[in-house]
Design a protein around this ligand. Structure first.
Ligand code: GDP
Ligand code: MG
Length: 190
């Protein structure tokens, strides 16, 4: 299935000069960059992207509670409270300095890019993934420091999430239709 997914190279990627490294990894998969720009996200964009959506807030919070539980730590916040707290910090993080936003297209693009990114917490992300190779942050360190986990990259979690997110960052005329020269080989019919 040909899909599109949204990527944000977050402020820590831009500030650490890792934009090129990460784009190279994405391009090498043969997935196609169909839109890309640098943005200084507004509070409004940040608030729409990290939506005030109960289901998502709970899913964000649950990841942390599970990670803490594995370490034998019991957190006092509920999953929803944790998610709401993280959302506030994410809005500040994503607006603190410029990011690079991209739309990536290709066969199973959403799942492939998520695999390339690795798990949310770099501490637990596998070596070979972007978060595993270029960051060391953890839920515990980030929470204790009152900031979101600095994990370099955002990537849409589902095709539906991607459709919603792409509209926040791009106008239709900024998303390009073109063919890469290697597509005849990659999508070759026998
Ligand atoms: P992702 O899809 O892997 O990026 O993860 P989520 O959508 O669940 O969370 C969005 C972002 O919030 C993550 O990429 C982290 O930057 C941050 N984050 C998520 N959970 C926590 C948390 O429990 N504590 C802190 N400090 N940051 C978090
Ligand atoms: Mg997510």
């Amino acid at each position: 299935m040909t899909e599109q997914t949204l990527i944000i190279l977050k402020p820590d990627t831009v500030q650490r000069g890792l934009v090129g490294e990460i784009i190279q990894r994405i391009e090498k998969t043969t997935l196609k960059i169909v839109a890309m720009k640098m943005v200084y996200a507004s509070k409004e964009q940040a608030g729409t992207h990290y939506a005030d959506d109960k289901e998502w807030l709970i899913s964000v919070g649950e990841k942390t509670l599970k990670s803490a539980e594995k370490k034998g730590i019991k957190l006092s916040r509920t999953a929803l409270e944790q998610g709401q707290w993280v959302r506030q910090m994410l809005m500040e993080y994503i607006t603190m300095s410029p990011s690079v936003v991209m739309v990536i297209e290709g066969h199973n693009a959403v799942a492939k890019i998520r695999m390339l990114c690795g798990g949310t917490s770099p501490q637990e992300a596998s070596p070979g993934t972007i978060r595993g190779d270029y960051a060391i942050d953890s839920y515990m360190l980030a929470d204790a420091s009152d900031r979101p986990v600095q994990n370099l990259i955002h990537a849409s979690g589902t095709v539906e999430e991607a459709k919603r997110e792409i509209k926040i960052w791009f106008n239709e005329n900024e998303i390009h239709t073109f063919k890469r020269v290697d597509e005849d080989l990659i999508y070759r019919k026998g």
